[in-house]
Design a protein around this ligand. Sequence first.
Ligand SMILES: [Mg+2]
Length: 385
Amino acid sequence: MKISNVEVISFSGKTRFHRTRWGYGVWGEERDEVQGIVKIETDDGAEGYFTGGQSYFVPPSPEIVEHLVKPLLVGEDPLNREKLWQWMMGHRGLSESVIGAVDCALWDLMGRTAGVSVASMLGQYRSKVKAYASTAPNLGSPDIYAAHALACKKRGYTAYKVHANIYWDPEKKEPAPGKPAFPQADLEICQAVREAVGDEMVLMLDPWGIYTYEESLYVGRELEKLNYYWFEHPMDERKTEPYRKLTEQLDIVILGPEMEPGSLYTRAEWAILHASDMGRIDTNFGGITGCHKALGFYESIGMQCEIHVGGFGNLALLGSSSEETCEYYERGLLRHDEDYDSFVPPYLKEPCDPMDEYGYVSIPQGPGLGMQFEWDYINDNRVGQ
Ligand SMILES: [Mg+2]
């Protein structure tokens, strides 16, 4: 079996996500957006795919795949995933998110060919994983968050993660540069949520890297009083020394790095430096192959690693890991004015991450990663062909 083609299927979809001049996202009017699916074919008719599902996913550029990935992979055996991963990681023109999408498609191809799920190819441990409700940022007042958290608790979630005011001025109610941040306003949200849901619900905060060291120390100490579980990605992750100091100073769990490139390699460096208490990675940082290696490393040093964002590839990783290493699935981003549960992207037949009444998301049973596409919709909306 040899790889005969690698391409990105681009099609027009809808989104309410807009990027501000500072690079962060805000919700607004629905607009058209080009979405993509990576497709790998072999000379004997096998196929593998990858796309984001309901999760954060920037499809690789079709030009990068055509000019850099395709020449590297065509003619190779798709079952040699480790060799192809090493080649892609060694290729200086490829980002880890491109490598991640292609690597996930190779795992999907193998699973579809064998007729089994990727979770079982990795060695299945569980068939469902505990989810936390992960809010969209900038939902509004503490009351809005408190009511939303309570609604999530009623829906079955046992954990709720706040994204508060991020690249957003809560007084002017408009996009803003990330710094200065609004730690006091963020804490008012965190306090209102704790008061609304009571003591037993697990709570977390993710300020997405906008705090200074001093703000992080202050907010972390207040979160300890509110019995929050983890404090995620509070500062710029390009600097590890402030993280090492913060982790040493605070009792609350510091979680990271989530956005730093380097796949498993930077995760190992952070662990060696004691720059966080729990790790973080997702398939955008080197695919299933890179993440699976990272999880083995974290397990071996007795360190938890919480998988970042949702999606089919991350669910396969969660299905093949124990709760002791990877406790939660990140479900969202959720808004108080949208019903996540009833939304299925029009290019998918089934939602990526259905959740039961006890707050557990099922691991897709395959074959492959379990993506089932609405090809009529995709073909009707193809662009750039
Ligand atoms: Mg985060």
